[in-house]
Ligand binder design. Structure first.
Ligand code: CO8
Length: 259
């Protein structure tokens, strides 16, 4: 049986992760969730990889949500642990020191929207449809959606969409700040790679230090300003920090070694 989460390494140390469960519009069953966890953990540890793009198989869907057939009969305790385990998997994505871009190609609903929001950046094709429709099912998001939607689009609009369950088209998602860019469906992967390559021209040390500070903004247990001072010191002490600043002073292009 073919794995429901696969990856390949593309040019310039970019990994492309594809969720492929097309019969259910790539809905997140437990097999897919474990596949995401293993794949992302492996790619974070893989020294050949510097950036990760996540997409859904087919033209119709990124991920159409958690698999509804798996959650309908959950008992209370099971539901808590299902939700917490999913949240941990998405935190793994959010806390990755390597940049992760969601390349969004169609329905991105419920758990799919939660997955996309856990990625650092989001690029959507024109046909992308976002939303947290859980309220229509008599439930609520369980993989971080109530928190991350507010963080990305603000409490006013997030409250509206969490309570009315309405779909958000790609253009509105761009206006709301839910996605970074909208492109033609046929250009989605190229656009995501281009976005990633722009980032990867810089030092992996500086990228990881920046991502860690960005994550601290939403974490009440961390003082983001304190962490910024520490990570600034780490980056200025790094080989790449020395190289980048010296190159500027010597009026030449820096050669980063990602160390
Ligand atoms: N779960 C399971 N199966 C799904 C899902 C899903 N989320 N979405 C689609 N499918 C299946 C359909 O059942 C259908 O299967 P079959 O062919 O066997 O009947 C197949 O995919 C194709 O779907 P449709 O025929 O419905 O395709 P349409 O083009 O008519 O419609 C839609 C596409 C609009 C995307 C429609 O499929 C839909 O509304 N899907 C459900 C969207 C949704 O409500 N998502 C939220 C799910 S709940 C959730 O994500 C909670 C997250 C937190 C979980 C926490 C766990 C504790």
């Amino acid at each position: 049986m073919e794995a429901s989460v696969i990856y390949e390494i593309l040019e310039e140390q970019i990994a492309l992760v594809t969720i492929q469960r097309p019969k259910a519009l790539n809905a997140l069953n437990q097999e897919v969730m474990l596949g995401i966890e293993k794949t992302i953990s492996d790619l974070i540890a893989n020294e050949q990889v510097r950036g990760i793009i996540i997409t859904g198989s087919g033209q119709k869907s990124f991920v159409a949500g958690a698999d509804i057939s798996e959650i309908t009969e959950l008992a209370y305790e099971e539901a808590v642990s299902f939700s917490l385990r999913g949240q941990r998997i998405f935190q793994l994505i959010e806390n990755s020191p390597k940049p992760i871009i969601a390349a969004i190609n169609g329905f991105t609903l419920g758990g799919g929207c939660e997955l996309a929001m856990a990625c650092h950046l989001r690029i959507a094709s024109e046909n992308a449809v976002f939303g947290q429709p859980e309220i229509k099912l008599g439930i609520i998001p369980g993989y971080g959606g109530t928190q991350r939607l507010i963080r990305l689009i603000g409490k006013t609009k997030a409250t509206e969409y969490l309570l009315n369950g309405e779909n958000i088209n790609a253009e509105t998602a761009l206006q709301l700040g839910l996605v970074n860019k909208v492109c033609l469906q046929g250009e989605l992967l190229e656009s995501a790679k281009e976005m990633m390559k722009k980032i990867l021209q810089f030092s992996s040390v500086a990228i990881a230090n920046t991502l860690e500070c960005i994550q601290a903004y939403d974490n009440p247990e961390q003082n983001g300003f304190q962490l910024e001072a520490i990570n600034f010191a780490k980056s200025i002490a790094s080989e790449d920090g020395k190289e980048g600043t010296k190159a500027f002073l010597e009026k030449r292009k820096p050669v980063f070694k990602n160390s």
